[in-house]
Design a protein. Sequence first.
Length: 350
Amino acid sequence: MAMERTAKPLLRALAGEAVWPPPIWLMRQAGRYLPEYRALRAKAADFIALCTAPDLAAEVTLQPIRRYRFDAAILFSDILMVPWALGQALEYREGEGPVLPPLRDEASLLALRPERLPTAIAPILETVKRVRSGLTKEGFADCALIGFAGAPFTVACYMVEGGGSRDFASTRTMAYAQPELFDRLIRLLTEATVSYLGAQINAGAEVVMLFDTWAGLLSPAQFHRHVIDPAQTIVDALRQSHPEVPIIGFPRLAGLLIGDYTTATCVDGIGLDTSMDLAHAAKWIPAGVALQGNLDPLALVAGGAALRQETGSVLAALKGRPSVFNLGHGIVPQTPPEHVAALVEQVRAA
């Protein structure tokens, strides 16, 4: 197993090796831009049903690997599976996204049931097992399997707000006005996330990633309290239980605080959003940490000369240090699949 792990380009990069060309995978690489995904999606009653049907979710996870031979498969799931597993009602409405009953008081917090988690996530863990087995059976020996979770602050944003938002004002207000209640929510999510990611690793995930999509909304003090501290706790716990498994952190829009996050959490790889200047990031982030990013997803939509130029710029900035080619955020649904193929071809030829 050690030889298999070491041979995979993503694992080598996350171990501190300057692999070239860099391994490539893309956030939301499985999804609505692929016709094969849309055909499969029609077979599930709703999005949660799709995420919790191991046969369908495993197939969706493997679809982009068959098409593009990425260096990593990332579990097809959603960051809100943790609150759903804890007992908070969740539905996905067309054109609206996730909808939850807003968590605004102690009664709502106490209604969450951590003991539900192991049973609720069992289908997701079965998906992990099937994908790991499928990668081997289908001949993708160099492809690593990534498990993931939403970071506590970002997950709390949806739980408190009751869905998506431009600024998550209610969540940020709660953090100031009801700090004890908000801290308890963050602690609960931190503990659940440790359990969830540990279970994914036990099921076969070779890397785990922590998505903090809304980290950049916070002031520096709140960022340290609600982004860095929980991430550090999660990483420390996983290092104790699974020291061999690399961890990628993605505190989106962290800006100047990206160095603080990386140093404090000791992640093996750091996801960088499109707004981050890679040259500056390379100065702020320890040399052994893999930089992951950060092509603009809309350059991928545009394709052609713009895509080639932007991809070349990212490659030039990454060369010479441990790195993983990715986007600065997820693939958007209107992305032409042939543009993704062109991107992979350019990265492979670097």
